[in-house]
Design a protein around this ligand. Structure first.
Ligand code: ADP
Ligand code: MG
Length: 747
């Protein structure tokens, strides 16, 4: 009854014709992006200058200049064969959205049509907002929402075999100006961190015009053959397998990570990279990940806004390209139980307008002092607000991955490495100050550059680890948009920088006042005052924040207990994690930095809860259908087959008194009994699940989400255990669903 064995025949790579000497990447990198260079070639110099000024936070371009840029963008796109354009935005669905419009309009003078694109159309779009999640911001009768061009991310052309579309990265706002998307808050948070960092840099005598956050995003994913995928309703509808016995060989041998890449996968990777390069996505790293058929791509870091757009675009390219190779790219956090899930590591740092990395210690003690101040700002931010970062990484999918063996737990902590930890505790204890003035500099701060070259100090279990010249946030799931997490990091660090900056200024003014009678202090003395003031402030901040620092194994069971003692949050349940976003101090924080309004926060909370609950609802319904229409009918068929066999055996032994080995009949009865028991328990638990699902109908959102976590999910897992037991005992030809060993190994 099953055609699983037929599928094995159809699992095959598509034919790829060999390219002997592909052109160098630099010759086609970014050909599909309307880069600044492309714009500069096509618009008057004055317009380009105005555009740059606007981009850097200055005056908005004039309507005439917008028209010029729009015309240039259209010409560029039409020359390359684009016939439509679309504002490309990031609604709260977590996915990207697009609505295509043609460039053509009626040619009033000559009849027919001409290609035209105006500044108005470039800047503002008006998709119907009523069908996007708004979490109550916009009542459904007020459907108006606007997309508005984000000039800081270049427009790009997407191509399929028969056509091309110009996509314009945009924000998405309601009629009332509230953010209905993930991009606008990220842009606001970049403005907040720029202001805070520029102010802080000023104290250290650095004149930066602006600072932006930078992001390098490591994207993990699975690939399976499309033929298997199409036979798994759970993968198609829920993105993960809801049943499936472990493959006897999984990742035990640790032979997949960085292993030789299969030819079929390598062809896919070449294809993805080629597409990505055309779109100006600097993918440089690709390798096998830990689980069978699991892989990773990582581009070179960029400004966060661009990195976030490019990551979304890359995910899209990965999915589309996979289908062309008769593969399916799975971006779910935990598509297969029992082997590693997929994360999305976000490497984060700050860069000033000259490209200096603020988390890179410099060559002088003063530069190292600035580095330490930025570092301690991050530590303080995480101590005060790590719950927000946990919330930004919470989802039904990621819940399956967090706390499992391969991913950091739901407890947020910060890893600094042995040597930085030593330096931090010296600053905290103030011991350095006890030595000669010059002494503390030699002892700690000036040693930093040497230490930094040694990046072997790693802790793969930490959710938020300092890794050389950046922090690596490892909690985010593979399917997620990084924007919310980066928005949170930017905002909480901006807040800490402002607080620490104020404290340093206060300390310095105290020093100056104390010495007010003493004019003409030499610069060395002033420099020493500065070092002493900064170290004093940092010492106090470290003292109050150090409970967030953890160097040990985050996977160990002791850590949960230890973290509890330290008063750290451990929100295993996503709905509990979401709550951090609507706590009073969070609302005050985000409003203070003009990143989210209270309305926007409440709406996000509702959207997340709603999505969480709906995801689990879809999973439960999918499981019920699969079990009812595929698993049970197969099991019944096998059961009746077994029953006939048993009956034959009984007749042979009783009626025909054929000599049989002792226990043969009993053994057959046992097999039949186990099968019947599994079927019985599947049915019993399915009926219970059905009843539980009915109960959710009248529940409020919060109650429903908790019910799904505490009641429905365990019930689903219970059913799964019996289904998986059947999978391991039923004959291959009876089992309807592709198995783990097939999906993970036949490629
Ligand atoms: P690791 O060994 O920690 O994985 P890699 O050098 O492979 O480090 O870098 C991982 C990611 O971190 C890459 O995407 C890289 O571009 C990014 N990265 C490096 N420096 C920075 C930075 N200053 N800001 C943000 N991301 C960075
Ligand atoms: Mg890494």
């Amino acid at each position: 009854m099953s055609n699983r064995s037929d599928i094995t025949q159809s699992v095959a790579p598509v034919f790829c014709s060999k390219v002997d000497t592909p052109p160098p990447v630099s010759s086609y990198y970014g050909v599909n992006t309307f880069s600044e260079a492309a714009m500069q070639k096509k618009v008057p110099a004055e317009t380009f200058r105005a555009f740059k000024t606007w981009q850097e936070g200055g005056a908005v371009i004039s309507p005439a200049q917008a028209d010029e840029i729009a015309a240039a963008m259209k010409d560029w796109a039409v020359e390359r064969g684009a016939v439509t354009y679309s504002h490309w935005f990031q609604p709260m669905t977590g996915l990207t959205a697009e609505k295509h419009e043609g460039f053509i309009c009626a040619d009033k003078d000559n009849g027919g049509v001409i290609e035209q694109f105006t500044g108005n159309k470039l800047i503002l779009g008006e998709p119907d907002a009523s069908s996007f999640p708004s979490g109550g911001i916009r009542a459904t009768f007020e459907a108006r929402g606007y997309t508005a061009w984000d000039p800081s991310s270049p427009a790009f052309i997407t191509e399929v075999a028969l056509g091309k579309t110009l996509c314009i990265p945009s924000i998405f706002i309601s009629y009332t100006g509230d953010a209905l998307d993930k991009k606008l808050p990220l842009l606001r948070s970049d403005a907040a961190i720029s202001k805070a960092a520029v102010d802080l840099l000023k104290i250290f005598g650095h004149k930066a015009k602006h600072v932006c956050s930078t992001c390098g995003i490591e994207q993990e994913y699975f690939l399976i053959d499309n033929s298997w995928y199409k036979k798994r309703p759970d993968l198609m509808l829920a993105g993960r397998t809801l049943t499936g016995a472990p493959s006897p060989k999984g990742q035990q041998l640790e032979d997949q990570y960085y292993g030789s890449i299969k030819e079929r996968v390598l062809n896919y990777m070449h294809d993805v990279c080629g597409e990505a390069f055309k779109l100006g996505i600097p993918v440089t790293t690709r390798h096998n990940e830990v689980a069978p058929n699991q892989y990773e791509f990582a581009p070179i870091f960029e400004r966060s806004n661009l990195a976030a757009d490019n990551n979304l675009l890359l995910m899209d390219v990965m999915k589309r390209t996979a289908l062309r190779h008769n593969l399916v790219c799975l971006l779910h956090e935990k598509p297969f139980a029992g082997v590693n899930g997929s994360g999305k590591h976000v490497n984060w740092s700050l860069a000033d307008d000259r490209g200096n990395n603020l988390l890179n210690p410099g060559d002088t003690p003063e530069e190292n002092l600035l580095f330490l101040t930025v570092l301690v700002s991050v530590v303080r931010a995480m101590h005060k607000h790590s719950g927000l970062l946990r919330a930004a990484a919470a989802s039904a999918g990621n819940e399956r991955r967090l706390g499992a063996n391969e991913a950091p737990p739901a407890i947020m902590s910060v890893f600094l490495g042995e040597q930085l930890t030593k330096i931090i505790s010296m600053i905290e204890s103030g011991k350095m100050e006890k030595g000669k003035k010059q002494g503390f500099v030699d002892l700690g701060v000036s040693l930093l550059p040497q230490f930094m070259r040694d990046t072997t100090d790693r802790n793969r279990t930490s959710p938020f680890a300092f890794t050389g010249a950046k922090f690596e946030f490892r909690t985010l799931g593979s399917s997620m948009n990084v924007s919310t997490a980066v928005t949170v990091i930017n905002t909480i660090v901006a807040d800490s920088m402002a607080v620490i900056g104020d404290k340093i200024k206060k300390e310095l003014s105290g020093v100056k006042n104390g010495k007010s009678g003493k004019d003409g202090r030499d610069t060395k003395e002033a420099g020493d005052d500065m070092i002493a003031a900064v170290l004093k402030v940092l010492g106090a901040v470290i003292k109050e924040s150090k409970s967030i620092l953890f160097e040990g194994n985050n996977y160990s069971s002791d850590w949960a207990g230890e973290a509890k003692k330290r008063g750290l949050q451990n929100a295993a349940l996503s709905p509990a994690a979401f709550k951090s976003f609507i706590a009073d101090d969070a609302i005050a924080l985000f409003e203070r930095h003009k990143v989210y309004s209270k309305t926007e926060l409440l709406s996000r909370y509702n959207i997340w809860l709603d999505k969480y609950e709906k995801t689990l609802d879809i999973e439960a319904r999918t499981l019920i259908e699969m079990v009812n229409t595929q698993v049970l009918p197969s099991a019944y068929a096998y059961q009746s087959d077994m029953a006939s066999g048993l009956e034959v055996l009984r007749v042979l032994s009783d009626d025909m008194t054929i000599d049989m080995v002792d226990g043969a009949l009993e053994d057959r009865k046992e097999v039949f009994g186990t099968l019947t028991a599994d079927i019985y328990y599947i049915r019993k638990n399915l009926k219970e699940l059905d009843a539980q699902m009915k109960k959710t109908a009248g529940m409020e959102l919060e109650e429903k989400a908790a019910f799904f976590f505490t009641v429905i999910q365990p019930q689903m897992d219970h059913i799964r255990r019996h289904v998986d037991a059947l999978e391991c005992t039923m004959p291959d030809e009876f089992w309807p669903l592709p198995k783990y060993r097939e999906m993970l190994f036949i490629l």
